[in-house]
Design a binder for this molecule. Structure first.
Ligand SMILES: Nc1ncnc2c1ncn2[C@@H]1O[C@H](COP(=O)(O)OP(=O)(O)OP(=O)(O)O)[C@@H](O)[C@H]1O
Ligand SMILES: [Mg+2]
Length: 464
């Protein structure tokens, strides 16, 4: 749905006739049409007509309160944002209104410029969200199971090609890449596309257990093999017989177990811990690590022969910062998955926020991108994600643009813009979004501040 300025009709709901008149004159002078309501009942009635595109809602009205109106209006907030007017600044009612999905709130006595600015921004954002949603629904990739490997970059296309070629063979595959680059996803994809797809896929994390427990995890043990081994246990190799075994974090495996693993990989044989009998299995091995295996070999912490045994086919996943072109497709994929999972039909990323995502260094790769977007989606309660929602690990958004140490930026304009955004954000937080005070603190005019807020997509957050 597209909204244009001409068709905007604003519902002004306030029991104070003076306020209603002030707001009507102001809105009409800006070319908006105005419908008035003198209490909650009238407001609710007016909202039944489809022409209203925005609501200015007083919270304290006789009869049915603004909060009641807001509650009944929940399912239409997407197209008709509500700006709450409250006499009690920062009160629990205002917070409650924000929780119920109000777009913003204005405290009485209010500044007319403030009202106008907030109205304009809410209407713009409604249009923007409708456009982004339309864009995203055009981009219709059928499967969003979350298991799908996403990427359009040449590096990822090469990875997909290798997966396709190697999946059908019985060869071991070694997957390398920094943490969060999708190694486990690739292991799953190889398994799913192999002729062992119907058989078991067994995973072992080589970093998770002590060497003794890990040996038993790999090969199983006989009853009484060690203290606590009260029953016989079947290990992962035996469980995976006929299927695929994924050895995750292989770089963390101790030297002792490396030797035992090598033997099993060479001839498919092993003994359970404390057992005499030699067991033979047929297992396809996929291994992964974020460690630098050649460096570990040089330090004699990883066996070279095991490395060559595992490394028949190697898939190296590039870090996200070296394939930035994948960031928008990944982000959109993640957003679509979240929107479906949590029933957030309005969830979307603003173009500004997307630009911020494309700039970051992403040392935690796709996992970090995923986490940042989940957090942003929650912060916006499933609405439009703006740059300031993109904080990492609960840090203030000021640190949201991190430049990778391997690719430092000296781009003065970017650095200055980021600093300006940060200072403005801090001034607004400091004054709890009193824009007159914030402008004074910053030594700029209110008009300039409004322009900057718009430019950087700064949005006020409810104080829970
Ligand atoms: N290409 C991709 N497409 C879609 N999602 C991806 C992709 N790469 C990674 N992810 C997602 O990122 C997260 C991390 O991926 P995964 O667990 O496979 O990383 P990893 O390389 O095994 O990390 P670690 O070394 O820390 O174990 C998962 O949620 C995964 O679904
Ligand atoms: Mg992993």
């Amino acid at each position: 749905m597209m909204l244009s300025r001409d068709s905007d009709t604003i519902l002004v709901a306030d029991d104070d006739p003076v306020i209603r008149t002030n707001l009507r004159v102001l809105m009409e002078s800006e070319g908006y049409r105005v419908v008035e309501a003198a209490d909650g009942m009238e407001a609710a009635k007016a909202l039944e007509t489809p022409c209203i595109t925005l609501v200015l809602l007083d919270l304290k009205m006789p009869g049915c309160t603004g909060l009641d109106v807001l509650r009944d209006h929940q399912d239409r907030l997407e197209d008709t944002p509500v700006i709450v007017i409250t006499a009690l600044g920062g009160s629990s009612a205002a917070i409650e209104a924000m929780k119920l999905g109000a777009y913003d709130y204005i405290t009485k006595p209010f500044d007319l410029d403030d009202v106008l600015f907030t109205v304009r921004r809410a209407l713009e954002q409604t249009v923007l969200m409708a456009q982004v949603r339309a864009l995203m629904s055009n981009n219709d990739e059928a499967d969003s199971s979350g298991e799908e490997l996403i990427g359009h970059s040449p590096a990822m296309l090469a990875v997909f090609k290798t997966i396709g070629k190697v999946a059908a063979t019985q060869e071991p595959v070694l997957i390398l890449g920094e943490s969060g680059t999708g190694k486990e996803l690739v292991a799953n994809a190889i398994y799913r596309n192999s002729d062992r797809a119907g058989k078991l896929f067994v995973k072992v994390n080589c970093a998770a257990l002590s060497p003794t427990l890990l040996e038993s995890e790999f090969f199983g043990h006989e009853r009484g093999a060690f203290t606590g081994a009260v029953t016989r246990r079947i290990g992962r190799f035996e469980q995976a017989n006929g299927g695929t075994l994924f050895l995750d974090e292989i770089g963390d495996l101790g030297l002792d177990l490396q030797t035992k693993l090598l033997r099993t990989l060479q001839n498919g044989q092993f003994e359970r811990v404390g057992g005499e009998q030699t067991i033979r299995v047929d297992v396809r091995i996929i291994a992964a690590t974020n460690r630098d295996l050649p460096a570990l070999i040089a330090e004699r912490r990883f066996r070279e022969d095991l490395y060559y045994r595992l490394n028949v086919v190697m898939i190296e996943l590039p870090p996200l910062r070296s394939r930035r072109g994948d960031i928008p497709v990944l982000a959109e994929h993640i957003i679509r998955t979240l929107a479906g999972k949590y029933n957030w039909p309005q969830l979307a990323i603003s173009p500004d926020a997307m630009r911020h995502l494309s700039l970051r260094s992403w040392s935690g790769n796709v996992r970090e991108l995923h986490n940042v977007l989940v957090r942003a989606a929650i912060l916006t309660r499933g609405r439009l994600i703006q740059p300031e929602d993109l904080t990492a690990d609960g840090l203030p958004s000021s640190s949201s643009v991190q430049y990778s140490s391997s690719t430092p930026t000296f781009h003065l304009k970017d650095i200055l813009a980021e600093t300006e955004r940060r200072v403005i954000q801090e001034a607004l937080s400091h004054t709890t979004w009193n824009r007159t005070q914030a402008a004074r603190l910053l030594g700029i005019s209110r008009r300039q501040l409004f322009d900057k807020i718009r430019e950087y997509g700064l949005v006020r957050k409810p104080e829970f």
